[in-house]
Design a binder for this molecule. Sequence first.
Ligand code: UP5
Ligand code: MG
Length: 203
Amino acid sequence: FSPDTTTVIFVLGGPGAGKGTQCANLVQNHGFTHLSAGDLLRAEQDRPGSQFGQLIRDYIKDGLIVPMEVTVQLLENAMADTIRAAAGPSPKKEHRFLIDGFPRKMDQAFKFEEAVCPARLVLFYDCPEAVMEARLLERGKTSGRSDDNAESIRKRFRTFVDTSMPVVDHYDSQGRVVKVDATAAPDVVYKKTVEELKKKLGD
Ligand code: UP5
Ligand code: MG
């Protein structure tokens, strides 16, 4: 994917920070395509005949990072499908992707940027653990997600701190991170997101 015609924004933040919620808003109002690595993994897990189903199930339950080959391939396929679906007599000049919940480990970050496409920016939703925990436990009452329980949530937080924060710090040291406080209500966080993106992307 050429960075001239493909804009990739990584969307990071702890479990329950609101990545998916904010991405949905950005899709509606700003023409992004939203690809959630977690959603793609859950779909692959449930796909009949997938050779990775059980592996994904085990990793997600324990809040661990699925081996990167699986996730990078799913994202690459989804990007290609999106671009193919938009092809026609007047193809889009630019495709903008929000890659949600990825990369959450350094090896994924290097692999994706080298093999697929460099990211223009990293949108980082910053939120205290207590707030995220309350949101996830509340969602867990109805979500059906195998990792929305107290024990899995604790493991997800640990993985986030130990493995995923270094990715944010890495991009921050390169001046590519846009940090948004995700504690307030969704519409407040969204307003802030749009302001920050406007500053960086110029539209
Ligand atoms: N909510 C959202 N914003 C709110 C706000 N401002 N105020 C009040 N409530 C708010 O939101 C979570 C809940 O909070 C919702 O109920 C929402 O209404 C409410 P959501 O937008 O879903 O937050 P999000 O950050 O997307 O939380 P999510 O649970 O999806 O985060 P995770 O990062 O844990 O989940 P993900 O699906 O990305 O990954 C799951 C697992 O997949 C990982 O643990 C890992 O095992 C695996 N994975 C990989 O192995 N590799 C990858 O690259 C990616 C994932
Ligand atoms: Mg999500």
